[in-house]
Design a binder for this molecule. Sequence first.
Ligand SMILES: *Cc1c(COP(=O)(O)O)cnc(C)c1O
Length: 392
Amino acid sequence: MTMLDGYARQLDELRSQQLRRTRRRVQAVDGVQLTVDGRALTAFCSNDYLGLAQHPALVEAAQRGAARWGAGATASPLVCGHSAAHEALEQRIARFVELPRALYFHSGYAASIGLLPALAGPGDALFCDALNHACLIDGARLSRAQVVVYPHGDVQALERLLERSSAVRRIIVSDAVFSMDGAIAPVPGLLELAERHDALLVIDDAHGFGVLGPSGRGTAAHFGLRSARLVVMGTLGKAAGVAGAFVAGDDIVTGLILQRARSYVFATGAPALLTEALCTAIDLIENEEWRRERLRAHVARLREALRATPLRLLPSQTPIQPVVLGENAAALAGMAQLWDQGLWVPAIRPPTVPAGTARLRATLSAAHTSGQVDRLIDALLAPDFLRLYRPA
Ligand SMILES: *Cc1c(COP(=O)(O)O)cnc(C)c1O
């Protein structure tokens, strides 16, 4: 067998386990209405929770940004790729999340794999929730620190592990809202442990920023937490509707990240047109409470409609509302059924979720109408769909 035959076999294995991924070509976007292969679909799959991605004010800000700064940043932020527009965004975010300083990264993925190796190395230990996002897992591996995985959301187990640790530096690392089940992490308990054990807490607020807390300030604000031991990573391609991510925290910690995060130092800066669009997005996040109210109303409508039915959603109060179907084939069949009815709800399979917990992951948006949420409810309660569903 040649090397290339080996790769071909790997692809075949993915297909036979129903784990092969495909991309769909979206031909047109109008809010949550997408055109794919000539057919109209209502999307319950995007992370555009507030319906900002296509907002005319964001598009106009990006155009203004392009006219002023051009298309590209031309160099690393540590050379000449950091403009007054980047600086303004970082200050706007720091004020908004009420932390001393923020840095703007290309993506949440880049932020995670940059920040964890910047803050920890050999001799240190990272304490990671068992259901953390892949970017935190990869960042932890790259750091070459010891990685200690604690049971999902289990603050007491984490405390025992911290007590036993003799690492030089200890960092607790957790999603703030778990991306595949929608649950909110016990952030107050995690922060209390960080304070008590001379540790740091890094939270990934990809799904809380813009959605949770007063004015959408995020999960830390939702719990009213503030601490020099808190480092918040928030992504800006989800609720903020644009692209990139921020890392916010104490001046010293963010100062060190700026010096050492390789995904920041050794990458061309993000285009300033994005930072212009993002400043406008943050104004809308802060000032348009009706978007969050509408989103909460959709979440309540869906959960209430399914409450007295055989179908169990996971216990999530966030816009992430998954239905666990178990086998990969069941999740794919469920997705296909909804697709035939014009609803795009993605099947999520391992390794994104643990084996045997394949699911449909519906995400709600302020851009949905109540009527669209009702169509999702009807499709989930249809006899054909319920036949796929085997409660655990
Ligand atoms: C989407 C996501 C990321 C990655 O953010 P990008 O900006 O898309 O790279 C990181 N963490 C979590 C929990 C996410 O859901």
